[in-house]
Ligand binder design. Structure first.
Ligand code: UD1
Ligand code: CA
Length: 460
């Protein structure tokens, strides 16, 4: 089958009350039009997709620049859906095949629905097929007018009389049509209707007049055709797409506890036997491996979590890598470029940034580790701070393997500590330290008798 897809996306989306064109508003972190393009890509090659753009078209093109082969067609003024398709004529002048028409604001349409629709068109050797559905409340949609089952025409809500308004079968705005028939019929359209627009829907009436073979295919699951006209619809659509994504993950072996409380970005990948507790927000290009436990209420963005990892909950993790069998949290903050090895432990109120922690490093409590390398098996005591910033520049801390860093140590960067060294609690390390040394910098302890609180608190 020689198929081209046209996606209508020139409208402004007035009801969004937004500076941004409607189709760029995001669902699961992707502009809604991407869902439509990705669906179209399952039935056409990208180079055969034509997106009709108008309102703020530079923004639309810019945000779709990763689709290298996509074609854009400009509709200067929005004179109606028929006019929008007409704008594609020049680009498709030499094309002789079938044209599928989709709307940029209908992200819920399933690939299988489109495939069944195309099959219906092919099996019945039609010149035009319209995808329709039945709605309890059809208000606002174009109605499918049939006579003894034969599909005659579409009448828009604004042009409908009371009897027509009672019809429950509506036009979803999805069509497939022979290219030569389409452009031939579009030339016959007039704009003498309630909205003064060139209605694409009028090609059905024209097709019947010219004895082309026309029919409508009814899809029962009508929620797929929710057109996103307001931010309320946007949020409804996101709930549905999120549910589909999570169910997909479940069917691939991921357990979710109270899934309705968790957000998963479109591109997120999760391995089997991983358990996701309630309240997680996992976004961007995050990847979580097999057999992990993601406890309650974490924010995880653009991070790569390998296998058998436990994130205990209430962690904020961004652009980090976490190795196998490591444990993070609760209440850990992994900032960008935190590279945590295997079997590591990052505990509560530990903040990391631009660090590489080799395997088996433990920082269990209350630390700041920034711009640092920490070797295998090193233990970072509670309250250890890398003093990386001198007020102007950032400096690096290098700590070897199997170092024992006592609690409340400050490492004033740039500084290096050799392997197997023992840093006593409360030490301020300002100079490089060699291998296997004991370092301490504490003041000697003084005790002055009878200078405590007692006199102040216990009146004689
Ligand atoms: C259209 C159909 C209606 C159908 C409904 C389904 C027509 C005349 N009516 O109505 O039968 O039930 O969709 O949702 O086609 N667009 C352009 N350029 C234009 C006008 C529109 O690109 O000049 C784009 C819009 O951005 C949108 C799509 O076409 O993506 C549909 O346009 P819209 O104005 O929403 O049509 P409806 O009035 O909803
Ligand atoms: Ca619409």
């Amino acid at each position: 089958m020689n198929l081209v897809t046209i996606i209508l996306a020139a409208g402004k989306g007035t009801r969004f009350k937004s500076e941004l064109p409607k189709v760029l508003h995001k669902i699961m972190e992707k502009p809604m039009i991407e869902f439509v393009i990705n669906t179209a890509k399952k039935v056409t090659n990208e180079e055969n997709i034509y997106v009709v753009v108008g309102y703020k078209r530079e923004l639309v093109k810019e945000s779709l620049k990763n689709y290298l082969k996509l074609n854009f067609v400009i509709q200067e003024e929005q004179k109606g859906t028929g006019h929008a398709v007409m704008c594609c004529e020049k680009s498709l002048e030499f094309f002789n095949g079938d044209i599928l028409i989709l709307c940029g604001d209908m992200p819920l349409v399933k690939v299988d629905t489109i495939k069944n629709f195309i099959e219906f068109y092919n099996n019945n050797s039609l010149d035009i097929a319209v995808l329709s559905t039945k709605l309890e409340n059809p208000f606002g949609y174009g109605r499918i007018i049939r006579n003894n089952g034969k599909f005659l025409k579409i009448v828009e809500e604004k042009d409908a009389d009371e009897k027509t308004k009672d019809i429950k079968e509506i036009n979803t705005g999805i069509y497939i049509v022979k290219s030569k028939v389409l452009f031939n019929l579009l030339k016959k359209l007039k704009n003498n209707n309630a909205q003064g627009e060139y209605y694409l829907t009028d090609i059905i009436y024209e097709a019947n007049k010219n004895n082309f073979k026309v029919d409508a295919y009814v899809e029962e699951e009508s929620i797929q055709f929710l057109g996103i006209n307001t931010r309320v619809h946007l949020s409804q659509a996101e709930n549905i797409l999120l549910r589909r994504k999570i169910e997909d993950l479940m069917l691939n072996g991921v357990t979710f506890i109270k899934p309705e409380t968790t957000f998963i970005g479109y591109d997120v990948e999760i391995g089997n036997d991983t358990v996701i507790y309630p309240g997680n927000f996992i976004t961007g290009k995050s990847k979580i491996g097999k057999n992990c436990i993601i406890g309650k209420n974490n924010f995880i963005k653009d991070s790569n979590i390998l296998e058998d990892v436990i994130i205990k909950g209430f962690c904020y993790i961004e652009n980090a890598k976490i190795g196998n069998f490591s444990q993070i949290g609760p209440f850990s903050h992994l900032r960008p470029d935190s590279d945590i090895g295997n079997n590591c432990k990052i505990g509560n109120f530990v903040e990391t940034k631009k660090v590489k922690l080799e395997d088996g490093v433990k920082a269990s409590h209350l630390s700041y580790l920034g711009d640092a390398f920490i070797g295998e098996g090193t233990n970072v005591g509670a309250g250890t701070i890398t003093c990386n910033y001198d007020g102007v520049n950032k400096h690096k801390t290098y700590i070897g393997k199997n170092v024992f860093i006592g609690s409340d140590t400050q490492l004033v960067a740039p500084v290096k500590v050799g392997d197997y060294t023992l840093i006593a609690a409360g030490t301020t390390v300002t100079k490089d330290v060699g291998e296997n040394s004991l370092v301490h910098s504490r003041m000697k302890q003084h005790e002055i008798k009878n200078k405590g609180m007692k006199d102040k608190l216990c009146k004689k």
